[in-house]
Design a protein around this ligand. Structure first.
Ligand SMILES: [Zn+2]
Ligand SMILES: [Zn+2]
Length: 292
C-alpha cells in the first residue's frame, strides 16, 4: 500500500494552514497491520514543515515520528523537492541540523542521511541555497551538500523513473510551467507522477504550476487521482492555477481532482462549493490511500 498524508494544504503565504507538503509512506501490508512503514518519502518540506511534523507525531498512527517529544527525522528515508520556493524547501535546514545533532548525541555514529531527490538544476540550486545559509559548516569544516543528504539526480521526464519504492511504486518527475524568467519552463520546477507497477495505475501530484490545459487533460485521462494546486485570485495566474481555470475542465477530469495549495481565502464556503465540482478538497493529517 502507498499512502499520502498532507502536512499542510496551504499556499506559500497561507496563515490558517500549513504549507502544502506531503508525506508518502509505503507499506508491505497496511497501516492497520504494521506500526512503521517500510519507506517514508517527504514531498517537499517548507518553512512550516517542521511545525506540521511536530503536530503530526502526536497523532495516532504517526508515533514513528516521535523521539521523546522531538521529531524523529531519521524516520524519513527520502525527500523529493519539486522546486526551491521557501514553502517547499524552508524546513530542510532544520531537518539536516537535527540529523547532524542526533549523530553527535550518538557519539559520532554516522547518521543515515536521507536521499535528497530532485532534478539536476534543482539539486544545484539547493547546493547554493543551503550551503550559503545555516548549513555552511559541518563537523569543523566547510560543508558539502553530501554532509547532510545523499543527493540523487532525477531525470525531468515522466517516462523515466527517478526511483522506485518497495520495488513497486515508481516515482517520476515532469517539468511544470510555474515561474518564468523569459519563457515557459525556463525556471526549474516539477510535478510528480507515481505509478504502481503491479497494477499499471498512476497518480499525479501537480506541484506548483500555471494552468496547463493540454498536459492536464492528457494526464487526467489515465490517472486514478490528480492532486492539483488551486488559487482563487486571478492575479495568481501568472504563476499558479486558479479554481476558475480548473472549472473549465471536463467533469470526468474534475472528478479525479483533489485540490491543495490553497490560499486563506479558500475558506469553508469556497470549499463547500468546490467540493461539489471536484473529487474533494485536500485535508491535512489524513492518510489518503493512493494504491492498496
Ligand atoms: Zn508553493
Ligand atoms: Zn512555488
Amino acid at each position: 500500500m502507498l499512502t499520502l498524508t498532507f502536512l499542510g494544504v496551504g499556499s506559500a503565504f497561507a496563515k490558517t494552514n500549513y504549507q502544502a507538503n506531503a508525506l508518502l509512506e509505503a507499506w508491505e501490508n497496511s497501516p492497520s497491520a504494521q506500526r512503521i512503514p517500510d519507506d517514508t518519502i517527504l514531498l517537499d518540506f517548507g518553512t512550516t514543515g517542521p511545525l506540521a511534523l511536530h503536530q503530526l507525531k502526536h497523532r495516532s498512527g504517526f508515533e514513528h515520528f516521535d523521539a521523546d517529544g522531538r521529531i524523529h527525522y531519521a524516520a524519513i528515508r527520502r525527500i523529493v523537492i519539486t522546486h526551491t520556493h521557501a514553502d517547499h524547501i524552508g524546513g530542510l535546514e532544520e531537518l539536516a541540523s537535527e540529523i547532524t545533532y542526533a549523530e553527535t548525541e550518538h557519539k559520532g555514529q554516522l547518521a543515515r542521511f536521507p536521499e535528497l531527490i530532485a532534478t539536476q538544476e534543482i539539486i544545484e540550486r539547493l547546493r547554493m541555497h543551503l550551503l550559503s545559509g545555516g548549513l555552511d559548516v559541518c563537523r569543523g569544516k566547510r560543508a558539502e551538500l553530501e554532509d547532510f543528504f545523499a543527493a540523487k539526480v532525477a531525470p525531468p521526464s515522466a517516462e523515466l523513473p527517478a526511483f522506485t519504492s518497495l520495488g513497486r511504486y515508481e516515482f517520476s518527475f515532469f517539468p511544470t510551467d510555474h515561474v518564468r524568467i523569459e519563457s515557459a519552463f525556463d525556471w526549474p520546477s516539477v510535478g510528480v507522477k507515481v505509478r504502481d507497477s503491479s497494477s499499471d495505475r498512476f497518480v499525479i501530484y501537480s506541484g506548483d504550476s500555471r494552468f496547463d490545459r493540454e498536459r492536464l487533460l492528457a494526464m487526467c485521462s489515465g490517472a486514478t487521482m490528480v492532486f492539483h494546486e488551486a488559487h482563487l485570485d486571478p492575479r495568481a495566474e501568472s504563476v499558479h492555477t486558479t479554481l476558475r481555470q480548473l472549472r473549465t475542465l471536463p467533469e470526468e477530469c474534475r472528478r479525479k481532482m483533489i485540490l491543495y495549495h490553497l490560499p486563506d481565502a479558500f475558506d469553508a464556503r469556497e470549499q463547500a462549493a468546490a467540493s461539489l465540482e471536484f473529487k474533494s478538497i485536500a485535508q491535512p493529517f489524513v492518510r489518503y490511500v493512493l494504491f492498496d
